[in-house]
Design a binder for this molecule. Structure first.
Ligand code: AMP
Length: 307
């Protein structure tokens, strides 16, 4: 089953201890879509400016991503400039220019309005709401946000949350949104805001999923080197939701497998800058790392208990 994603398609300038890239293809919807497309068809609802390079559009469509609702308007593409600390879990946003996203009115195509899976990637909550309200009866709605929207458009975000099944946030965003430092308390407050499940992404420490039924945690896949963490959260969400849409079931067990696939996809994107690693990734590599991941986390793995 296919997924519709609304979010940013951007040009990113990123500085990490491993170097710097300027105006590299990025944006929450781009990372999400490229990751999800390994599992299932996906279409992007977003806007880019007249400076958006035809070769970047080509790279996305070569991956089989549906770009019929990626509008191009007069003006500049969304831009984000971030600098990571030595501790790659921390970063500063040096600049953020919405550009053509300012005033963008998304208009979904008839088939997109009938989609079962919707991902509201990180973008203004009002835009997320405009897309959500055009979708007739989605089976699963997941959403992401960030500090900028939590602080600047708090009320809009609070209105949206009861309509979201799975909210993905990082630990700092969970703290900011809830006003609680402890993540278990933070998750409880966020669940009370109306989401069915909250997934807290903790960078190199992995993810914890909370729902009324309980909690579930997986570590991040241990890597020797991380080049650029940008997009890890969106790539995680793409792998997770891609798996759920392909599987067609939303059960506790499929959600757990989906969280592992999300973690596998995120472990690749951070190996290179921008979307570079995802663009040359193969299904065989995903499959191998999925198996390595299961070996890593399964303490009752048959390989060990049969000895
Ligand atoms: P992540 O590292 O998963 O938080 O995603 C980073 C991506 O989100 C970058 O490619 C940015 O272009 C994009 N981004 C950063 N800030 C925002 C924002 N306020 N709204 C939408 N997208 C953003």
């Amino acid at each position: 089953m296919s997924i519709v994603v609304v979010g940013s398609v951007a040009y990113d300038t990123v500085e990490t201890g491993r170097g710097k890239v300027t105006d590299a293809l990025g944006g929450s919807a781009s990372f999400f879509a490229v990751a999800a497309r390994f599992f299932t068809p996906v279409s992007i609802v977003a806007v880019v400016g007249s400076d958006f390079k035809p070769e970047d559009r080509q790279r996305l469509s070569d991956r089989g991503i549906d770009l019929r609702a990626l509008e191009q308007q007069e003006g500049k593409t969304f831009r984000w400039h971030g600098r990571y600390h030595e501790d790659l879990n921390k970063r500063d946003t040096l600049s953020l220019d919405l550009n053509v996203f300012d005033g963008f009115m998304p208009n979904l195509l008839p088939d997109q309005r009938r989609c079962d899976y919707l991902f509201l990637a990180n973008i203004a909550p009002t835009l997320q709401e405009q897309v959500l309200s055009q979708v007739m009866s989605p089976k699963l709605v997941a959403g992401d946000t960030m500090d900028h929207w939590i602080v600047d458009t708090h009320e809009d975000l609070l209105k949206l949350l009861p309509r979201i099944d799975i909210l993905t946030v990082n630990d700092e965003e969970a703290r900011l949104l809830s006003g609680e430092y402890n993540l278990v308390k933070a998750a409880r407050v966020i669940l009370a805001m109306g989401v069915r499940s909250v997934l807290i992404k903790r960078g190199e420490y992995g993810v914890i999923q909370f729902s009324k039924e309980g909690m579930f945690a997986v570590p991040a896949y241990p890597l020797e080197e991380v080049v650029d963490p940008t997009g890890a959260g969106d790539t995680f969400a793409g792998g997770m939701m891609g798996f759920l849409a392909r599987d067609g079931r939303v059960t506790e067990s499929s959600l757990r497998t989906a969280v592992v696939y999300g973690s596998v996809m995120a472990s690749f994107v951070v190996e290179r800058f921008s979307l570079e690693r995802l663009f040359d990734l193969t299904w065989e590599e995903i499959d191998n790392r999925y198996r390595a991941f299961i070996d890593l986390i399964d303490s009752h793995h048959s390989r060990w208990i049969t000895q």
